[in-house]
Write a protein that binds this ligand. Structure first.
Ligand code: KG4
Ligand code: ZN
Length: 381
């Protein structure tokens, strides 16, 4: 079959991104405009500001991805866009632009679930490995600022199907990283900062225990009992435990001083963050990270064992975490399970993953109509 070029657009949260991917396997253009500077004074994403920034960035980002690829709009075979889940106002910016391009150029429009995009970020890069063959059953952990979800993924012909076998009952793991960073006076997003600082602290200083969640999710009461075992997560408790620790240990004045000092810096480096932290804070951060990583890895491996999984795909912003990667690699090897991650730039939000996830849909002619709209709570199936 001839080559297919799909232009993907992603605007579900705080990155405006566009990418051109050839036949679901080679990234030929990839641009991400981050809004970190806009949201960091607030310690989290402000939806109205996100929509405004997407509007400002969408045209240059699409143009930039085309320029990198050496293609023109006329060379593009289909336009793919994130339909959800995400912030409705933010999603609508990408969707409206993708619809306009598809309509004016008379090319197909493809709607992609953001979570499926994260899963395909791993597959896109794995296809470039020599002699790569995906072994099924496949279990994917999508772990980001909005999700901590486990999906069994199967391929029927060219079509992918997903079954959710676990989710967070409250906060996502990335959300816990961001909230804890805020609680100790560090910036936004917290994940990369905590990742870099944790190695300077004693991870054994504080024990944060996690319980196995045996009872059913309250939200699922009234629904039929799931036919298959579920492996759920919960990360709001650890955030409260960190808050208690900050209060009981009398750390609040130092937290406020740190926050003010870092706000005065235009682009703080890791050295700046480290210099702003005392040993107690570094130990707290390291212990928090160890607890989160151990919980994510153990529950995922438990699920993998229960479903006889051959391959684990670990993806989403938190999959960029160095301790999470190292721990998964070590423990999965002990269990004889293959584990794959995206490269760090493809772990966080990007549009190459959207264009890659759209390719099987292009082959199946699974196109969206011009009535496509944003679905803030879109489920992955
Ligand atoms: O996938 P993503 O870019 O956006 C969502 O779909 O949510 O993930 C963003 C999340 C943020 O919570 C951020 O703190 C976290 O990923 N993150 C990390 C790291 N890099 C990003 N968490 C831990 N370690 C990292 N290195
Ligand atoms: Zn994401």
């Amino acid at each position: 079959m001839s080559e297919t070029y799909i232009l993907g657009i992603e605007s579900s949260c705080d990155e405006t991104a566009a990418a051109v991917v050839r036949s679901g396997e080679e990234i030929v253009g990839n641009v991400v405009a981050s809004q970190i500077k806009t949201h960091s004074p607030y310690g989290g994403v402000v939806p109205e500001l996100a929509s405004r920034e997407h509007l400002r960035n969408i045209v240059p980002v699409v143009r930039g991805s085309l320029q990198q690829s050496g293609k023109t709009l006329n060379d593009i075979d289909a336009f793919a866009v994130t339909r959800g889940p995400g912030l409705a106002g933010a999603l609508l910016v990408g969707i409206s632009y993708a619809k306009t391009l598809a309509w004016t150029l008379g090319k197909p429009l493809i709607a992609v679930n953001h979570l499926e995009g994260h899963i395909h970020a791993v597959l896109l890069e794995a296809r470039q490995l020599p002699d790569f063959e995906l072994r099924f059953p496949v279990l994917s952990l999508v772990v980001s600022g909005g999700h901590t979800h486990l999906y069994l993924a199967e391929k029927i012909g060219t079509t992918w199907r997903y079954q959710n076998v676990g989710h967070t009952r409250d906060d996502a793991a990335g959300e816990a990283y961001d909230k804890v960073a805020k609680l100790v006076g560090l910036g936004y997003p917290g994940g990369p900062i905590i990742d870099a600082l944790a190695k300077f602290g004693d991870a054994a200083a504080i024990k944060f225990p996690f319980a196995q969640l045996k009872h059913r999710d309250r939200k699922d009461h009234g629904k039929p009992e799931p036919e298959q075992p579920q492996f759920d997560f919960s990360y709001s408790g650890i955030k409260t435990a960190v808050l208690r620790c900050v209060e009981v240990e009398g750390m609040l004045p130092k937290v406020e001083a740190r926050r003010q000092a870092l706000l005065r810096l235009d682009k703080p480096t890791i050295e700046d963050y480290r210099a702003a932290c005392d040993q107690k804070t570094l130990n707290l951060i390291a212990s928090f990270q160890r607890a989160i990583v151990d919980d994510l890895v153990s529950k995922t491996l438990l699920a993998a064992e229960s479903y006889g999984v051959a391959t684990l795909l670990i993806t989403g912003g938190v999959a960029a975490n160095s301790e999470l990667r190292a721990t998964f690699e070590r423990r999965a090897a002990e269990e004889g399970v293959q584990v794959l991650f995206p490269s760090r730039p493809l772990s966080t939000d990007n549009a190459a993953m959207i264009a890659a996830a759209a390719y099987p849909k292009f082959l199946a002619r699974d196109f969206a109509g011009l009535d496509l709209s944003a679905e803030a709570s879109l489920q992955l199936r």
